[in-house]
Each structure stands twice: as structure tokens, then as C-alpha cells.
Design a protein around this ligand. Sequence first.
Ligand code: PEP
Ligand code: MN
Length: 374
Amino acid sequence: MILVLEPNTDPQGSDYRILIGQLGRLPGISHRVHREVGTEVTLTEIYLIGNTGALTVEQMQVLPCVQKVVRVSEAYRVLGRHKQGDDRPSSFEYNGVRFGQDSLQVFAGLCAVDSPESVEAMMKALQAHGQVCTRMGAYKPRTSPYAFQGYGAKCLPYVFELAGKYGIRVIAMEITHESHVDEIREALRTTGHPTGVMLQIGTRNTQNFELLKLVGRQQELPVLIKRGFGITLDESLNAAEYLATEGNRKVVFCLRGMKTNMGDPHRNFVDFAHVPVVKRLTRMPVCIDPSHSVGTRAAAPDGLLDIFHVVAQGIVAGANMVLVDFHPDPAKALVDGPQALLLSELPHFLDDVALARETYLKRTELALRRKAAA
Ligand code: PEP
Ligand code: MN
């Protein structure tokens, strides 16, 4: 059960103290307070844990400071979308960019940072086409220990400075170890915060619970968590819940395909049919990664790359973010060159994204009109 308190409830106030006192006297029930301090309002939610089946919504509703009571199902308590009266937000803002189940952001960029020249060419192209987000891999989890592992902390200062120069507000960047979070924060600090970072948990770390807890404990940077490539959707959504129970609700969930040869000739089996499923089960915005799911630049007879096709499919189904590999010179990319789109393809890609988004919005309008007429 979740008690949503009145906005700006004062934790020092007497009503709040009375509430906490009463909760403390409930037998077999403990509580956990989650407070989110925003620029205008502070939101407080109290999670009741234990034998809450015996409590009624009416009984809790009359307690001081309580605005609303939500009875949660067992799964995804914090990020889930619960049946009764759950209109808690499904969006957040970070560094001036909105992430919600109703918005769409494109993160086109380098799979791996390989040189300041590639980073600059990429960011310059993004700015020229009105983009304020990108992806830049500094820490790369590789199958072979002999493969390029990413430039790590060394490249962060120039990546962040160039982002500032080209108006990039959010960079999705995978981290594989807690020290990477410290390195990123330190580089943001020393460069004067010219940009923002969304920490990415890669598919190989989806169930690295200690890493999830650590990343969840910091609330400064939002998190993009990839679906685990060989586990169920439920298991991956529980992984996202690890981030949220530790305190970080700014979480985006990313579909990136499942590892099975049933997906051949694609690198992974594209799973974007799950976009509406994740939106139904949780309040997280949903990202699609066409590059790591399709994995090739193969094109259909209609002239469109498979990557373009799956992006359109995901967006027409309501995706809220696209994470996609580009490279100024894919033949020279140190990681995943064969799946990278060319900078010259960026305007076409963005136009195609806009077309799919328009179709999605028209589909939702149509559904509303049909419902109203029924
Ligand atoms: C990536 O996005 O660079 C990446 C390694 O993706 P995944 O974790 O989905 O394989
Ligand atoms: Mn990659």
C-alpha cells in the first residue's frame, strides 16, 4: 500500500509526526518514506510493507497529510501501474528534457567514443538537426577481453565539453562498475556541468543487483536500463524496480531484442511488440534500441533499412525514446561499425521517426474518438 501525501508536506510538521506515530503502531507493518524534492513541490510517498491486506483504503485515507491511498499489487511496487487510483506521474524532467510515456526523444550517437573528431562530427550533425540528446559509450562491455574496452574516464572531459559546445543536454552512457558513476560525476564537475548524463545499465548487467542498488541510491542522474537479453520481461522489470526502491525513480526501460537464433538474420530477436506492454505494466517511459537488436545495415526491397523499419514499428506502438548507433565513418568504428547509420542518413532517419510518431498520435486520437462514440 502506498500513501501519497499532500504536496509539500513538512516532515517537521505536527500532522506529519502524528501520521508517522500512527503508522508505527500498526501491527506487523513497517514503512519507508520516499521524498522527491523538486524545484516547485516536494512529493512524499510512504510505502507500507508487511501485512497490509488487513488495512482498508478508507481507514488510511483519513490519516493526517494523506492525499491518496494506492493499493499496490505485489509486482513492481514503485514503478508499477496499479489498478486502483494510480495516477502517479509517468514522466520526469532532466536537464530541461522531458521523459514520459507521452513524449519522444531520439538519442542518436556513437556506440563507442573513439576520437574527439568522431564525437565532434556527431554532435555537430545533431545540433544541425535540432537534436539535444545523444549516446556516447565510454565504458564498453565486450565479449572478448582482447577487444577495445572503451576509453573510459580519459575521454569524458572532451565528450562533455563538446556536448556543451553543441547544445547537447543529455548523453546516454553505459556504466559497468560503480567507479564509473564517480568518474562521470567528477568529470561533469570539473568541466562545469556543460551537459547531463543518463546512466545506462547494459543488457549484460540487467541483473547485477549490487550495481542497480548503487545506481538507484543516487538521484542526481536518471537511468536507462536495458532489458536482459536472456531473461523474461518480468525479470527485467523487477531489475528496474531495484533502482526505484533505492530511491531513483527517473528510470527509462529499454527494449533491445532477445538473444536467440530464432531472430536470425538479425543480431537479436526484435521485441518491440512489448512497448505497449511495458507502458501498461509500469509508469516508465519506454526506449527502443534498433541498433543492438537488428545489428546490421541490411535493407528491405523497398529501400528502407531494417533498422528504419523496426524504429517505425516501435514508435507506431508508442515508444518514448530511441537509442541508435551512428558513426561518421562506420568502417573505422572501434565497436559495432556494421550496424551504425551514417551521418548523411540522419535527416532521413529523423523525418521517418516524425512520420511514425504522427501516425502513433493519430492512432491514439482515433481510439479516443471510437471510445467516445461507443
Ligand atoms: C550499447 O547500447 O552500447 C550496448 C552494449 O547495448 P546492450 O547492452 O543492449 O548490448
Ligand atoms: Mn554497441
